[in-house]
Design a protein around this ligand. Sequence first.
Ligand code: PXP
Length: 240
Amino acid sequence: MRLGVNIDHVATIRNARGGKHPDPVRAARLAGKAGADGITVHLREDRRHISDNDICRLMNEVDLPINLEMAATDEMLGIALATRPNAICLVPEKRAELTTEGGLNLLTQGHHHLQKFIEEPKAVGIHVAVFIDADSGQIDAARALGVDVVELHTGAFCDSDGEACKTELARLGDAARAAVHCDLSCHAGHGLTFETVTPVAAIPEISELNIGHFLIGEAIFSGLERSVARMRVLIDQAAE
Ligand code: PXP
């Protein structure tokens, strides 16, 4: 199972003072040294953390696949086509939200709107994912749209406890099986921590986890390499 480390919040801290420190490129290199298979960044419309220049530097200076999370807008499509990350993940984006609160609703956003954001990147060799909730209707719609990958939103699982937590985990497992059954790769992420990662990483159909906020927060206490390395061990143990 691959681990994509989301370094958005390194840029959040940098931007708090408007300077160059801490540098997301340095964080990306350290994450790779500690066992990350790829780097994930979300270029938001309001540029609250990662900047356009960060994307260029990551592409040029880091020897790891870059996964660009982006809203389905013409501006972001242009940036993706110009910078050519290895993969993009289409996410819903609301200006006032603190983080990506849920998956895309492919049943309402439908074909007409999303088609070009999938077809044009695919035509130049960029893998395309959609970030969706663990729901079979969403998976069928993703397949019909022609994406390569679905990324399942794990936030509902991470935020729940007791019986609800079991229900959410079962939904993730069912959705992952449904995705692989229709020849889609299945990734997952959002809100994962050292505590919540194990049951998700144990779902064999999931091939990549994207984790950010917790790892960067934990790095304050233990350092980024230790934080990423510990997550790597937990994922590998769960996947055995
Ligand atoms: N995957 C996607 C598509 C996301 O939007 C995010 C948050 O940017 C993550 C994974 C990582 O979530 P977290 O930062 O909570 O680990």
